[in-house]
Write a protein that binds this ligand. Structure first.
Ligand SMILES: [Zn+2]
Length: 111
């Protein structure tokens, strides 16, 4: 049985590292392009469409999300006649915004 060798010290381990692979704290980080985050409301809103560059009022489609299903499930146990209410209430769902001019998808409001 061979005796186990102790793990190398930090300096020993760094000697085996490829030259240039050592961390350089002063090295510039990769450039990250800053994109202005467009925030969306649950209702149609005016914005510049990035696709057709027209100022449009967005067209909103509502889509049930996980919370919608959870609330529906909860209502199902508490008071089942109301179980489908969350699917009828727009603010309980995700609002997907589309350009009313070119139809491009612009973003989603998630609550
Ligand atoms: Zn557009």
């Amino acid at each position: 049985m061979a005796e186990r060798t102790p793990p190398p010290t930090y300096d020993e381990a760094m000697k085996f590292a490829k030259p240039g692979s050592a961390p350089h704290p002063s090295q510039a980080q990769p450039q990250v392009q800053v994109v202005l985050e467009q925030t969306f409301s649950p209702f149609p809103q005016r914005m510049i469409c990035p696709s057709c560059h027209a100022e449009v009022e967005t067209r909103v489609k509502y889509r049930p999300n996980t919370n919608t299903h959870l609330i529906a499930l909860l209502l199902c146990f508490l008071f089942w006649p109301c179980a489908l209410y969350p699917y009828c209430i727009d603010t309980c769902q995700d609002a997907m915004h589309y350009c009313s001019s070119c139809g491009a998808y612009l973003g989603t409001y998630t609550n």
